[in-house]
Design a protein around this ligand. Sequence first.
Ligand code: ZN
Length: 249
Amino acid sequence: MTVKKQVALHYSSVPTSQGDLLVPYEFHRSRKAKSVRLSIGWKSQVVITVPWRFSYEEGVQFLMTQGDWVKKHLDHTHRSETISEYYMKQPFWNAYNKKWRLQIQYQGKQARYRLDQKTSSVDIKLNRDKNLELQLMLVTRRFASQVLEERTKELAQYTNLIPSSIRIGNQATRWGSCSQNRTISLNWRLLLIPFHLQDHIILHELAHLQEMNHSRNFYKLLKKLDENSEVNNNEVKNIGSKIMRLGRV
Ligand SMILES: [Zn+2]
């Protein structure tokens, strides 16, 4: 569990071998960092991490020498996809240990969905006159709230790790978190990753009810709850970052 501070975004002109590039960037100080590091954040900004004793100026000076690296990596970071773009290619929700195919129609006044158990499909009805993206977000989040809460309760019973409450949110960078007052928060986008990985994330957060850190004991417990926790963790990392940016255009 960490507390996220709002980090200011700066812009600076950075020289590259093909001319100057206007680069959005932000700063972090880290006790672990041994030298200045650059990475690309989820908003397509450069993240400069400096060791604790370094000044911000030293971070910027380093950025100024890395124009070509930044250009190459920013080019590779595509803008976030909209939910509708994503559903055009992958019209599925993962819930109840199944893949549900989405069928989207314009019909009626209110955005709504209905599951068809026989065909494992979901009929989504949207209002033609309202914003497509917002309506898709609304129905997806509504369904996510229902199924993720149900699944968390099931896994809580099974593991005997009982949260005080469960929330489904629109987190920017995380799949889940567990607070000191035993609230488990989950990202609605979990509905878009495979069912076994949803379980992995939920079990990770449930394990925090017993071990409030990422200590060796925590990973031991997690491995007991989720035999394939390491493999699953890597799988989430591989497929996750793109889905995590979804709908933030
Ligand atoms: Zn954790």
